[in-house]
Design a protein around this ligand. Structure first.
Ligand SMILES: CC(C)(COP(=O)(O)OP(=O)(O)OC[C@H]1O[C@@H](n2cnc3c(N)ncnc32)[C@H](O)[C@@H]1OP(=O)(O)O)[C@@H](O)C(=O)NCCC(=O)NCCS
Length: 441
């Protein structure tokens, strides 16, 4: 089969490989959020071009933006200091004036950039319409421990229907970090609060957070995916994370637990991050996906029976190699399982060859009733994290019937000579399995 990857022209190859993502994202609703820092940078027009491209590809876009540096600048010019109590800012009348001005200027600047359409520019012929308005209803944070937070507020309600109408008309919706109350007041909100509440209210397909600073990482390796519980733990441990980033992470967690299946936490500074995150397999940020109400965990000796039951039909049909109970029990520490209602519905093993920086992925199996629902992906990502944490550079797998599943997940075909020597000695010629590998660096 002539696969797209085989094209000698990198451009053709790249465009072909991105096609599945183009189809997958069309007509989907994405809430994308970034802070005012993005606007202050010379390459901000490039981000706007990328957003215009997404809109052109039929993605329904809501942009929830912050304007903190722009507000700070105005406050400094006016000789006003924003005071904080318990980590929450207090917005008095004068500060609120700066908030309104900064948000207005930022919106106008963005509208101008979306209007660009000169010949020979990336947005020639795009004719993008943007809409903003009173889509966010806010309430005051109020008085806490005797401190009146004045015009600092929080989201009370999102006008999902109003926003949907705009999206149906193929408009991009711009949401500043401000909201209005039924009393006719304006409140200063956090962009994270607006983005998260909007993603939940619209049942968005994705919440994409373009944050400042370093990517989410563990032991120096960027985390390509994370589960809500792990993120919870990370938030408790890493007190040093910047406040705005924490607000975003908490927002992503809330979105994830309220029906937003996927949140992408992407470091903004690199050029083209949005495109790489959405149109390449591995992306460049961290994917937070909704928790299955099941447990993915390391196996223990009590799981041996459940694993044997799960893999028996696959062994009988020759998809997986036969394993005795004794062998499985000896190797149980290498296995991870998905447990649901006390049944093992998925398993996979990771056998390290540490001297060679490689590890074998084996016995990947999802119960037939649960296939095709992303569990295989979750298990693979779980083992990938395990391998990264163990300093492994390459994963490899031997398979007779699932090579495409692995190819679609970033593995590449290789010859047998990729196998560690001790594994090569055990290679079963009769089975003639294909060898695939994936680099983890
Ligand atoms: C391969 C396997 C682990 C995938 O698990 P899963 O939970 O169904 O996978 P996901 O839900 O993450 O992905 C589903 C996608 O993979 C595709 N897929 C499933 N099995 C496949 C295979 N053998 N070859 C190619 N693609 C496959 C599905 O068609 C689906 O794609 P689609 O949505 O575009 O139709 C599972 O099918 C299985 O247990 N297979 C038998 C055991 C096996 O072959 N293991 C690998 C050798 S170690």
């Amino acid at each position: 089969m002539n696969q797209p990857e085989n094209s000698t022209d990198p451009f053709v190859s790249w465009l072909r490989n991105s096609t599945p993502y183009v189809h997958a994202h069309r007509n989907k609703t994405f809430v994308i959020s970034f802070g005012g820092e993005a606007l202050a940078e010379p390459n901000f027009p490039a981000l706007i071009h990328d957003l215009a491209l997404l809109q052109g590809l039929g993605i329904r876009l809501i942009i929830a933006y912050g304007a903190r540096p722009q507000i700070s600048q105005r406050l400094t010019q006016a000789g006003i200091q924003l005071s904080y109590q318990n980590g929450i800012r207090i917005t008095d009348d004068k500060a609120m004036q700066c908030v309104k001005e900064a948000n207005g200027v930022v919106r106008i600047d963005m509208e101008a950039l979306f209007s660009l359409g000169l010949a020979n520019s990336p947005m020639a012929g795009a004719q993008i319409r943007v809409a903003s308005g009173n889509f966010v209803t806010a309430r005051p944070i109020g008085i806490r421990n005797g401190v009146d937070y004045r015009h600092t507020g929080e989201v009370r309600r999102i006008d999902a229907q109003g926003i949907r109408q705009q999206l149906d008309n193929r408009n991009i919706v711009l949401l500043p970090a401000m909201g209005y109350s039924p009393t006719g007041e304006v409140f200063n909100l956090s962009a994270a609060d607006v983005a998260c509440a909007t993603a939940i209210a619209l049942e968005a397909d994705k919440l994409i957070i373009l944050h400042e600073g370093e990517p989410l990482s563990q032991q120096g390796q960027t985390l390509s995916s994370i589960q809500p519980r792990e993120l919870d733990k990370l938030l408790q441990q890493q007190e040093a994370l910047p406040e705005d980033f924490c607000l975003y992470l908490q927002g992503a967690l809330r979105a994830c637990r309220n029906g937003v299946a996927r949140s992408h936490i992407v470091p903004r500074q690199q050029d083209g991050v949005l495109l790489r995150e959405l149109f390449t397999r591995d992306g460049c940020g961290t994917l937070l996906s909704a928790e299955l109400y099941e447990d993915i965990r390391r196996a223990n000796i009590n799981d041996a029976g459940g694993i044997l039951e799960l893999i028996k039909p696959l062994e009988d049909s020759g998809v997986l190699l036969k394993r005795s109970r004794e062998k499985l029990e000896t190797e149980i520490a290498c296995f991870s399982v998905i447990e649901r209602d006390s049944s093992i519905i998925g398993c996979a093993a990771l056998y390290p060859y540490a001297d060679e920086g490689k590890a074998e992925l084996a016995c990947v199996a999802i119960h037939a009733d649960y296939q095709g629902t992303g569990r295989g992906d979750q298990l693979l990502s779980h083992l990938q994290q395990q391998a990264i944490a163990a300093g492994i550079q390459y994963l490899f797998v031997l398979t007779t019937q699932s090579s495409h599943w692995f190819l679609e997940r970033g593995f590449q075909l290789s010859g047998r000579d990729f196998l560690p020597e001790s594994k090569l000695e055990l290679y079963n010629l009769q089975r003639n399995s294909q060898v695939l590998y994936k680099s983890l660096s």
